[in-house]
Ligand binder design. Structure first.
Ligand code: PDD
Length: 303
């Protein structure tokens, strides 16, 4: 591997389609350059946080909400947060321009910096590692929003820090890989209490349910407070739809009229199959999908 920094525009050379400019601790570099040190605590311990933000027409959608969430988590774990919203926006825009992207996903990663040797105990005097990447949006068949998606049940095998976007995603990636290997779009993860098994979230998404009268959203108890979830529940309330936040048990799923998956990249996605049980793509998913699209457009206008 050459260590010479070689700038390219996305897709300008054969085999370079996925190569982008990235930002690491104050420098703009080629994504292929070896910039992360082997003793970076993100690398050896998963001691870090991340977030994913949609980039569209010169704007990073709900960037303020995403940064607010990330800052809260950094504070919770005692990780220094080195940049403010304006700086992150500015860097993101520069990367998008350099990478020739009008649409993309912004990936932010913050770790507790680099150790001299691998050691669980961290020094309080450290410089965090902050990475910003704007890459093309991962491809999704646009038909999926029309026809709906299938999901598969999977136990939620994660830790107690799921209200934060930590980089240690091993259980998430295994759950998602399991779903994809069986032809489904996403996993629908569950935990168990004395009443039975209840839904938590997807490997990288939130779920909400419509029982025919109201929307029921799994309570935020060791699951991520998804930005899309917050926005969509707000829209539902504005439309006069009652919203209840509580545990949703697997034995209630068959009574649900609609199941909807939410995330920054999947937006408002109707679920039409859980295991082999079929659900309708209903009116609520359509209405919320349209309202969310309108909210995104208005967000773009007021940038
Ligand atoms: N994932 N739950 C989990 C576990 C997630 O990883 C995500 C997002 C969500 C939805 O959150 P939001 O609406 O803020 O995107 C819920 C991102 C997209 C990812 O990991 O790529």
């Amino acid at each position: 591997m050459s260590d010479k920094i070689h700038f390219v525009t996305v897709g300008s050379q054969k085999g370079d389609e996925n190569r982008v400019h990235i930002f690491v601790n104050g420098k703009i570099l080629d994504s292929e350059s070896p910039v992360i040190k082997v003793f970076d605590r993100g690398m050896v311990f998963g001691d870090g946080l991340y977030d994913v933000i949609k980039f569209q027409d010169g704007n990073f959608i709900f960037l303020d909400d995403h940064i607010e969430r990330m800052k809260k988590s950094a504070n919770f774990f005692g990780i220094k947060f080195p940049y403010n919203l304006e700086k992150i926006f500015e860097i993101g825009l520069e990367l998008a321009t350099m990478n020739g992207l009008k649409e993309g996903e912004l990936y932010l990663q913050l770790t507790r910096g680099v150790d001299v040797i691998r050691d669980h105990i961290f020094d309080d005097d450290y410089e965090p590692t902050f990475v910003e990447i704007v890459q093309p949006v991962r491809k999704m068949n646009p038909e999926i929003w029309q026809v709906g998606a299938k999901v598969l049940l999977h136990p939620d095998l994660r830790h107690q820090f799921c209200e934060h976007k930590t980089t240690d995603l091993l259980p998430n990636i295994l759950a998602k890989k399991y779903a994809r290997s069986k032809g489904a779009y996403e996993a629908l993860m569950f935990r168990e209490d004395e009443r039975g098994k209840y839904v938590t979230e997807g490997a990288s998404s939130s779920y909400i349910f419509f029982d025919g009268k109201k929307i029921i959203a799994p309570k935020i108890e060791n699951i991520l407070p998804g930005i899309t979830r917050i926005k969509v529940l707000g829209l539902a309330k504005e439309m006069g739809i009652e919203v209840e936040e509580r545990r949703v048990y697997l034995d209630e799923l068959l009574k649900m009229k609609e199941i909807i998956l939410l995330s920054t990249l999947s937006r408002v996605l109707p679920i039409v199959e859980v295991e082999n049980f079929k659900f309708k793509k209903g009116e609520i998913a359509s209405k919320l999908g349209i309202a969310f699209k309108d909210l995104l457009s208005s967000h773009l206008e007021v940038k």
